[in-house]
Each structure stands twice: as structure tokens, then as C-alpha cells.
Design a protein around this ligand. Sequence first.
Ligand code: NAD
Length: 261
Amino acid sequence: MISAARTPLTVDLGGYRVAISAGANGIGKVIADSFAACGASVFVSDIDEAALASCGHPGVKADMGLPEDCEAFVDFAVKHLGGLDVLVNNAGIAGPTAPVEEVTPEELDATLRIDLAAMFHCSRRAIPALRANGGGAVINMSSAAGRFGFAHRAPYAAAKWGVVGFTKTLAIELGRDGVRVNAILPGPVDGPRIRAVIKAKALSEGISENEMTDRTVGTTSLKCFVSQQDIANMALYLASPFGATVSGQAIGVDADMQAMM
Ligand code: NAD
């Protein structure tokens, strides 16, 4: 039986300076904790001030839906850390759960701004600092929804496919500077967020939450959820020297999903 990882990959990242958007909670916090456990200096952003205050990492309140907040986050991070080696563009919201004809322009706009445009704004601002080191890593959080169509989640899927296109393009642009750019495509990550998504999806399809949970796990070859630590471990690998020749990739950490639920 394969079980999801619960402990951080052990790799020496002493001296690494790492900025993580939406790093006060969820997957972003586990990524921040994991980098710190490997000796890296970490700086996070989040929109949730209470989570920011209790997450145990230095950070700044920033709404990744606003270009000026994205830029301010990167500027604070570079100043606090004294430079930047790794940018983890983690922020992303689920967006609306509804058929396309019922999605409002405001819902579409908010999802695209936070899930896609923020990665552009943060990366754009971070490029001079990454270049100044003679190398570095950008890690963009996509989703299995960046590999499949996802009924009733069109804004999210469109944004997450966009993240892959952005990642592959930025990897080409920054390759000669030694900056590697990759996307992680998590599958069903166990935690409050997936439970909320399952609940909304069950409601919109008129089935029970249990049935939707079974359907979700049933889409994977390994018949399991993924853990937040599994995602963080891939981020550690990609940022570390072990990932030195990995760039422009869209990497699934998804228990081999064969379809969206
Ligand atoms: P989450 O919903 O747990 O949120 C994590 C953090 O994001 C929270 O602290 C929240 O305050 C912050 N946040 C929300 N809106 C923000 C904004 N506008 N600006 C700044 N911070 C904001 O998210 P998660 O499940 O940890 O997901 C993290 C990333 O992984 C997202 O990009 C998500 O799309 C992606 N992902 C998650 C799953 C999953 O199953 N959880 C699957 C695939 C991809």
C-alpha cells in the first residue's frame, strides 16, 4: 500500500532565500515549513492577517488579486531576505462552481487575477533579484485541472492551464540566466479545501458528499488522496540542486489522476 508522505524531504537548503505567496495556510504553509526545516530563510504573503500572525514565518499582508500587492510582496521579500533564490507562486482560489453560462464576469475576473495574473506580476517583479544571483527557481502552483477539462469549474481550469503556458514560456525566457521555472499540478490534496470543493461539486451534481469523495479518489490509479507534504516535497526537489536540469515542466503530483471528478 502506498501512503502519502508526511515528512519533509531532507535536503540542505541552508542559505536559500524563499518567497511563498499565500504561505500562511494550506499547501503554502506546509511548503514554507518544509523549506524552513531544510535550513532556508522564508518569507510569505497572505490575505488572512490572523493566519499570517500565527504561521510562524515572517510575511506581509497582500492580496494576490491586486498587481500592486503582488509587487509589494516581492519587494518586501527581497528586502527582508537580502535577495531571492526561490519564488513559489502558490496563491490560488477555487473560483465558482457553476456551468459556464452561470459564471459572472466578476467571478471569472477574480479567479483569473488570483490564480494566473498574480504569478505574472510576482515573477515579473522577482526576475531582477533572481537574475542577480546568477540563477534560481520559480515554482508555479497549477492543478490537475491544468491538464484536463473540469466541468463546472471553467475559470479555475482556464487559469490553471494558463499557469502551464506561462511556466513553459518563462522557462524559455529565463533559461540562459540559470533560472528554472516549473509548475506543480497537484491532484486531490486531502484537507479542508478539497472537502469544500467536494461538497460544492456534490451539491451542484445532486449527489452525496460520500459518493463524490469516492468518485474523486476513484479518478486516481493509486486510489488515494495526495498530502500537502507530497506537494511541498516536490517544491523542495525542484528548488534544490537535485532539480538542476529540470525546467519548463508541468509535473503532476496527483496519484496518477486519469480524469477530473
Ligand atoms: P487554501 O484555500 O488552503 O488557501 C491557502 C491560503 O491562500 C490561505 O491562507 C488564504 O488566506 C490564502 N489566500 C486566499 N486568497 C488570497 C489572495 N487573494 N491573496 C493572498 N492570499 C490568499 O489553498 P490550498 O488548497 O493550500 O491551495 C494552494 C494552491 O494549490 C492553490 O494555487 C490551489 O489552486 C492549488 N491546488 C490545490 C489543490 C487542493 O486539493 N488543495 C489541488 C490542486 C491545486
